[in-house]
Structures are given as C-alpha cells and as structure tokens.
Design a binder for this molecule. Sequence first.
Ligand SMILES: CC(C)C[C@H](N)C(=O)NCC(=O)O
Length: 494
Amino acid sequence: MHLPAVLSLLLVVSTVQAFQYTELAQFIDSHQEEYVETLRDWVAIESDSSNVMRRNDLHRMMELVAQKLRLMGGTVELVDIGEQELPDGQTLLLPKVVTAQFGTDVNKHTVCVYGHVDVQPAKLEDGWATDPYNLTDINGHLYGRGASDNKAPVLAWIHAVGAYQALNMELPVNVKFVIEGMEETGSNGLDAMILAQRDTFFSDVDYIIISDCGWLSRRPALTYGTRGNCYFFAEVEGPKQDLHSGVYGGTVIEPMTDLIGILDTLISPSGKILIPGIREAVAPLSDEEWKRYQDIQFDVEDYKNKIGVSQLMYSNKVDLLAHRWRYPTVTIHGIEGAFSDPGTKTVIPAKVTAKFSIRQVPDMDPAMVKKQVTDYLHSVFAKRKSPNKLKVTMVIGAKPWLADTQHPLYEAGKIAIKRVFDMDADLIREGGTIPIARTFQDVLGKSIIMMPIGGFDDGMHSQNEKMSRYNYIEGTKLFISYLNEVSQIQKTSV
Ligand SMILES: CC(C)C[C@H](N)C(=O)NCC(=O)O
C-alpha cells in the first residue's frame, strides 16, 4: 500500500476511535441517574462479611451481581467455594463467587476485572450523618457503606461493558469478571477457587485489573503496590464468668490487665514495632524509591487536616508516604468481651480477645510473622506469671503485592487517564490490602494493574464513606477508555 493510503487508513482508524469514545462518554453522562440508582440498590444490602448474622444478605448480594451480569448476556456462574470455619468451631456457607465472561474472540486480549461487594460493618450510631445503607446524595457526594469500597467501582466496570453493548460497539477486548463477597475478611476460599480454575476460567486471561483502592489526592492515579495483612486474635481467659469488680477486685488476676499489658509491648509510642524479627525482614528503601516519593505531589498539611489530627507520626512527605505504603505497622482494632457500651458497668470481664493486625510489606512472610508474634506474646505473657490462659491465633495472612510499572498495562493506563481527565497519572502504592492480588500474580503468573477511581477522602471503612458522582461517572469513562488502550498492547506482552 502507498504511504498516503496507509496514512489515510490510520487517520480513519483514529477518527473512528475518537468518535467512539465521545459517543460512549455521552452515553455514560446521559445514564448517570440510572447508575446512581443501581448503586443505591446495591448499597441497601448490608453485605457485611464479618458479621455472621448478615450472611443471608451477602448471599443475596452475590445473586444480585450475577443477575445483573446475566441480564447483559454474559456467561455467568455462581461458583460454590465451600464453608468457613468460625473461631467457635461452627461452619458457615461462604458467599458464592460470581464469574462472568463477555466475548470469546481469540484474536483479542482477555482482561479479568476483580472486585468485591462485601463491606465493613457500619451502624448509624457509629457517628454516621446519614443511614449507612441508604445511599444519600449530598452536594454530589454519594454517602453509603461500600459506596467506594468497592460497590461503585464494580458497577462502573459493569456499566463500561454495558455502554459498549448498548451502542452496538464491539468490545475491544474480551472481559471477564471475578466478583467475591469475602474480601474484607481475607478473601476466604478465593485462593482455592483460583487454583482450581487456573486451567479453565483463567486459562485465556492475559491481564488482571483491580479497582479497589483510592487516589492519593485530586489527581487520578495508578497503583503498583499494596501492603499485605496478618490479623491476630489474642484471647486471655481467667475466671469462669464475669465478676463484680467491688466484690472480687483485688483478689483476682484480671484478664483485661494481662491483655493490655501484652498489647502494650507490640509497638512503641514512636511507632517502632517491638516484635523481634519483624523490622529486620523489611526490604530497604532504595534511592530510586525515595526519589519517586519525593517527586509525588502530596500536601502533608492537607492530609493532617483531612484526618483531623494536630500531629502526625512523621512530618516530611517521603517518611509519611513510605510509612503509609512500604513499612509494616501494628494496629490494635478492638477488644471483644470488654465493656464498651455507654454508661458505667463495674465488671471484671472473664474473657477478653484483642484484635490487632500487622500490615505486611516486601520481604515479610506471613507464616514467619505468625510464629514471631505468637512466640513473642507467649514469652511476654510468661513473664507476668499469670494463671490466666493466653491463646494467639492468626485469622488472616495476606501477602503484599508489587508490580512493575514499566509494564505496558501502566503505559495504557496513563494514556486512558490523560484522555478522560486531561491530567498525568500519579503512580502510587496503597497501604491497604487486597488479599487476592498476590495470588493472581503467584498462581496465575498474570500481570496486574490497579486502577482506582475512589477519591482520596472517601473514608473507606470509616463513618460517612462516600463516592463522588464525579469519580463514579468519570471513572466509568476511564474504564471504557482503558479497555480500548489495552486492546492496543502487543499480543506478546505477558
Ligand atoms: C484501600 C484498600 C486496598 C481497600 C480494600 N477493599 C480493603 O479495605 N482491604 C482490606 C484492608 O483492611 O485493607
């Protein structure tokens, strides 16, 4: 073909693509009320995976996801992943995992979008300004539990595929979905399901895309690392029942005093982890990494104000980002069995269970961390010479994940972000955990990209979680654009 003919063909192709994007983006804009309504229906289901009393809601949630994908003509399955064993030895049915497939063209790439539709607990009395399960639009912010983490991003992906379908446009890549309902409690059962379907459902998947995190600031971002998490229960058991603290206090060695005593040895006031071996395992911060953090736009004062604290653990940007993303930390989350209602109750609790977690980073190993923590707590407890009984269990052991930002998936992401937001993407890491990310990498050997659409101030896991309309709607356009960019990646990239 003559050069002018090639050029005019290229022009035609690029004109068609640009035209397609504009039409698709307009379609998204004109359907935004419908998308908000669907999010409202999804948020209304209290799909709290940590509360066994809500398991039926979680089952219902998975059915709803499957039904939505079926109505779009996908090949959908609700995969049984068995049962979960509870700490008291009882078993409970795990929510099924939804898998779906749109397109089977062998000449196209196949991407697999992973997401979750379970949520963290939320009650109005925790301090929410609105009912957490009634999506409420205030000034363009959609408040509700799970709005940002992770229901709106999952819906945005579904709507992105739906827009191509509605406009009779061919999907540029085949799209598969894996949507689970146990992410917030460690993705129980999903590892085994991925392993079992490695040579079937996942055999033709080229890339994994995850949108279960947030931006660092108002700039859109691509995420290339997450921390893992080891979650522990430390139970101290003493008398056979709760006791009156006036009648028995002073004669009994109290479980709560023992528990607080050992918890206090986990971390120093300046944030130094005191468990032997933990800090030694952490990969050192390289000069290149330091420079990368230094170059990121991040306003420390803004961050401080957003959280509402007068002082942070570190005052400079690099230290803050590094400790947020690439160093481990200990967090004590709560104590089961302790009196925590309003008012006073003069009781000596007979059995108390502390819940704490240690975020994992390269090169920590959860199996090693489990041993280090268990041995350490027993040795500290032994020194107290208490007659009470200590039991330490690790209930989640999720590894960290780190990607190569030179992979074409990230280049494609930058182009898509530029097109939709007319901004350059921040390349960031995430301090939170997506337990299954590392499994996708290790078991399937697939490349992963995290493409967040959540805002920096969405309040995931806290009171007044929200997703802004802007992020929800522009995020849907981003996914539309990204599918197109991924289709341009050379077939040889893994
Ligand atoms: C910001 C996180 C990666 C979001 C994720 N859905 C999550 O909350 N995971 C559990 C965790 O405790 O980090």
